[in-house]
Design a protein around this ligand. Structure first.
Ligand SMILES: [Zn+2]
Length: 198
C-alpha cells in the first residue's frame, strides 16, 4: 500500500538517514503530519540553515559558521599543540575532556585502502602545511586505535618526520574503572607495552 505522493516522498527521504528504516520513517512522517505550532516550518528552516551557514574552518577543518572557527581564534589555547582527530564529533569528545587546552586538526576520515581512501582523501597535506606555517611543536594523534586509525597515525608520523615536531599517539589500554578479567588480549598487550613508571 502506498500513501499519497507527498507522504511517500517524505518517507523515502527520511529512510536515507542513517539508522532509519521504512517503519521508523513512516512513524516520523505521521508525527510531523500531526505536529502543531509551526514545528514543521522551524524544522525545515533549520535544515536549510545548516546547509547554508555551516562550512569547514579553513585552518583546522572543524565544522563552523565563522571562518576561522572559534577554536582556532581562541587566544587562551596553546597554539603549539595540535590534536589530530578523525571527525569533528571526535574533537568534541576530546575537547569536553580537556576544555580550552589544545587546537585541533580534523582529518575527515582515515586511510582505508580496502575502501579506496588514500592519504590524499583526508586532510594530511593540510596538516603538514599548517605545522610549517604555524610552527607547531607537538602533534597528538588521536585517531581510533583500530587498523585504519593506526595506519593513518603511522602515515602521519612518517610524513611529519622531516619537521621539527614532537609526534605523540594517544595511549590505549584498560578503561578507567574497568576490570582486567574482561579485557581482550590485544588491549592487555597494549596497556603493558604502554606502561608507565609509578
Ligand atoms: Zn578552526
Amino acid at each position: 500500500m502506498f500513501y499519497p505522493g507527498p507522504i511517500e516522498r517524505l518517507i523515502e527521504n527520511l529512510t536515507k538517514l542513517p539508522g532509519i528504516g521504512r517503519k521508523t520513517a513512516t512513524r516520523l512522517t505521521f508525527f510531523l503530519l500531526n505536529s502543531k505550532g509551526g514545528y514543521i516550518s522551524e524544522l525545515s528552516e533549520s535544515l536549510v540553515d545548516v546547509k547554508e551557514k555551516i562550512k569547514l574552518c579553513s585552518v583546522c577543518f572543524n565544522i563552523t559558521d565563522v571562518d576561522p572557527c572559534i577554536i582556532c581564534t581562541d587566544p587562551r589555547r596553546d597554539g603549539s599543540i595540535v590534536c589530530v582527530v578523525e571527525e569533528a564529533s571526535h574533537m568534541m569528545v576530546v575537547e569536553s575532556a580537556n576544555p580550552g587546552r589544545y587546537k585541533y586538526h580534523i582529518l575527515h576520515g582515515v586511510i582505508n585502502p580496502i575502501e579506496g581512501i588514500g592519504p590524499d582523501e583526508v586532510r594530511i597535506k593540510e596538516l603538514y602545511d599548517r605545522i610549517v606555517r604555524e610552527g607547531i611543536k607537538e602533534v597528538i594523534i588521536a585517531t581510533n586505535p583500530n587498523m585504519e586509525g593506526n595506519t593513518t597515525a603511522h602515515y602521519i608520523s612518517e610524513i611529519l618526520k622531516p619537521l621539527e615536531v614532537k609526534i605523540t599517539r594517544i595511549a590505549s589500554g584498560i578503561p578507567i574503572g574497568g576490570d582486567i578479567i574482561y579485557i581482550d588480549p590485544l588491549t592487555i598487550k597494549s596497556s603493558i607495552d604502554n606502561r608507565k613508571n609509578l
